[in-house]
Ligand binder design. Structure first.
Ligand code: GLA
Length: 396
């Protein structure tokens, strides 16, 4: 059963009515352009066909009531005097409401059922998706016009200030504003973007190593500080402003570690632009080379890979039909992404899973991803007959 139908039916179970609407926000896989977003650089992510879904209806008061099918947990909070309490998934919903209030919007109360199929903590942006789904829910219920960029900025504010992770805007932008069938070439300096068609003969596969590393308080924040320090050395506002020539000419006196961090960001920005050109020209071998170079740079210069990620990438690139593979997202664990000949996907899937299991003893996740639409409002996935049937079952 589709998640659209699952949340719609579960809504009837919980609230004894048909939901007024359903909202959906996708996860993402980043094809190339890692750790460049908070350096005002370029990224090329793609929204995937895995998402967070909420079936809901408005409430007359200022309460939000929510049942999570994934956590089998019901929670409620008031929109008045929002306060952060712990690390639960509901903080992402509260954070979205808080960010709206901070920006002068007046979100109203609602009740809903939430479920998703994005693996949590795997680097596929389950957190941006839950925030975008919540923002869409609040916007629809409160009759606030949906604007993709505003939504992405509010989700970023929620992530940075409510959840406490000082990330860049890539995940929020792509979850909010992706187009079906396309990846998003995004300039994180001014949010200009271009939707780049992904041909059906190019398979995009997310490869979950089954290893996790929490982001908040991790080396992620250290990397940002290091990049800021390196930018100060070049006397620019962000590493985006450093060209390869500047890097070569002006790196004297820069600490070796900071030089490697800067070298990754500068070279990665160039690779993203080249990757877009390769995609547009259907030069898939070239695209694969760039993806492989990105992984090496993330491993050696930016130092955000892990043994499991290196293994996964090594296994993937060794398979017939694989153009290239690299870690995706923040790194330190989670997922890699592989670009694969669309005709070889089934073989690739089976071979990578078997090799990885054998070499590591870990259970991998292999997700063939379709480029999907950003955050959307959907009609509840129920036919009248299904609705009546589920009502009859409850003896209504
Ligand atoms: C995480 C962050 C993004 C980005 C990536 C690394 O996914 O949320 O903003 O910085 O890491 O590219």
């Amino acid at each position: 059963m589709s998640l659209l139908k699952t949340v719609s039916l579960a809504f009837i179970e919980h609230f004894h009515e048909k939901p007024r609407l359903v909202v959906r926000a996708p996860g993402r896989v980043n094809l190339i352009g890692e750790h460049t977003d908070y350096n005002e650089g370029f990224v090329l992510p793609m929204a995937i066909d895995r998402a967070v879904w909420i079936a809901l209806q408005p409430r007359p008061d200022r309460q939000v009531l929510l049942h999570s099918l994934d956590f089998n947990e019901s929670v409620s909070f008031s929109l008045d005097g929002l306060e952060k309490e712990g690390e639960s998934w509901v903080e992402y919903i509260k954070g979205a409401a808080w960010a709206m209030q901070q920006a002068g919007f007046e979100p109203r109360g609602w009740e809903g059922v939430i479920a998703g199929d994005i693996p949590i903590g795997a680097g596929l942006s389950s957190s941006a998706a839950i925030q975008l789904a919540a923002l869409r829910a609040f916007s629809e219920i409160s009759r606030i016009r949906w604007d993709e960029v505003t939504a992405a900025e509010l989700a970023l504010k929620a992530e940075q200030e409510w959840i406490g992770l000082k990330c860049g805007i890539m995940d929020q932008m792509v979850s909010a504003a992706a187009r079906q069938g396309h990846a998003m070439f995004l300039d994180c300096r001014d949010l200009r973007r271009d939707h780049i068609h992904i041909p059906s003969y190019l398979g995009v596969v997310a490869l979950d190593t089954g290893t996790r590393r929490g982001l908040v308080g991790s080396a992620y924040n250290t990397r940002q500080v290091e990049c800021e320090e390196a930018a100060r050395h070049f006397n620019v506002r962000s590493l985006r402003e450093v060209s390869p020539e500047m890097l070569a000419a002006q790196s004297a006196g820069l600490d070796g570690k900071l030089l490697r961090r800067a070298r990754h960001v500068v070279s990665e920005n160039r690779r993203v632009v080249e990757a877009v050109t390769a995609l547009l020209g259907a030069e898939l071998d070239r695209l694969g080379e760039l993806v492989n170079e990105s992984h090496a740079s993330l491993r050696d210069d930016f130092e955000v890979s892990s043994e499991a990620l290196d293994r996964m990438v090594g296994i993937a690139v060794g398979q017939p039909g694989c153009y290239g593979a690299r870690l995706t997202g923040a790194g330190f664990g989670g997922c890699a992404v592989a670009l694969v000949d669309g005709r070889r996907l089934a073989q690739f899937h089976a071979a990578v899973a078997a090799h990885y299991r054998q070499e590591t003893g870990l259970e991998p996740g292999v997700y063939i991803c379709r480029p999907s639409q950003g955050t959307s409002r959907e009609a509840p996935g129920l036919r009248l007959a299904e609705f009546i049937r589920s009502g009859l079952k409850r003896g209504k």
